[in-house]
Ligand binder design. Structure first.
Ligand SMILES: [Zn+2]
Length: 101
């Protein structure tokens, strides 16, 4: 039982970490961090955090390509926050190092 919970937790955070690294690579100067929202349907929503610490109002959506389109999320742009089961913020460590210099 314990092992099962541990493996679920690590695979979820691995996905978010991987996605964060992709976005940090694409926007190395503009994005200092990312806020991720895991939804019960399996989709991941995220907002960029700018250099001055503000959350970007634009929401990004990530979903595993192999799972196809999400019927729950389609056409429900306004209600997604009610379905958030987990939130995590990841900061760009590379950015912090640059900032110190
Ligand atoms: Zn969904």
């Amino acid at each position: 039982m314990e092992e099962c919970q541990r493996s679920i937790g690590s695979s979820k955070s691995d996905k978010v970490t991987w996605l964060a690294n992709q976005i940090f690579k694409a926007f190395p100067r503009e994005v200092s961090g990312l806020k991720f929202y895991s939804l019960g349907c399996g989709c991941t929503y995220y907002q960029r955090i700018s250099r001055d610490g503000n959350l970007d109002p634009q929401i990004g959506i990530y979903r595993d390509a192999e799972k196809g389109a999400c019927e729950i999320c389609m056409g429900q742009d306004e209600g997604w926050r009610d379905r958030v089961i987990d939130e995590v913020v990841i900061y760009n460590r590379q950015f912090e190092i640059d900032f110190d210099h």
